[in-house]
Design a protein around this ligand. Sequence first.
Ligand code: HEC
Length: 151
Amino acid sequence: MNKPLTLAAILLAGLSLTAHAATAAPAKDPIQARKHVFKEYKKSFGAMGDMVKGKTAWNKDEFAKYAANMETLSSQPWQYFPAGSDKGKTEARAEIWTKPAEFKKQADSHQAKIAELAKVAATATTLADVKPAFGAAGQTCKACHDQFKKD
Ligand code: HEC
């Protein structure tokens, strides 16, 4: 009898924290907000991927600009996963909320790899310079999607 009560208390504490955060942030639907950030991800990361794949011409300044933009974006989606936002038009898996430490680990590792990519891109001259860091960053998208996103 004790265990469920404790869990309920933890969940309630989490909910009230979320409510506080919601008053501080602009009143937006969190599902829409995170999808919006991920759409911006797709624009920048997709354009970088096109250069890496040779679909578009390598341009080191453009690549560095996209990488810097990714670095800014990479801190943004995670605030938009409050408890309860697993309901609605979302591909987010319930595991985000049942395994929050795992989710945070993936998000942190992702941010670290994106930061590395931005650093490499800032001084890169050739496509070969950025390929490994781009690949490593891309792996963090896939790793998180495999575990936490429905497809
Ligand atoms: C730590 C986890 C995590 C990482 C890292 C991550 N994503 Fe996602 N991504 C998600 C989740 C969860 C969703 C589903 C969001 C929803 O539907 O509410 C998503 C959704 C998306 C979407 C769909 C947005 C839409 O229109 O509905 C795109 C595109 C996307 N991610 C691109 C990327 C790219 C590119 C990267 C890497 C540069 C990346 N993501 C890294 C968790 C992650």
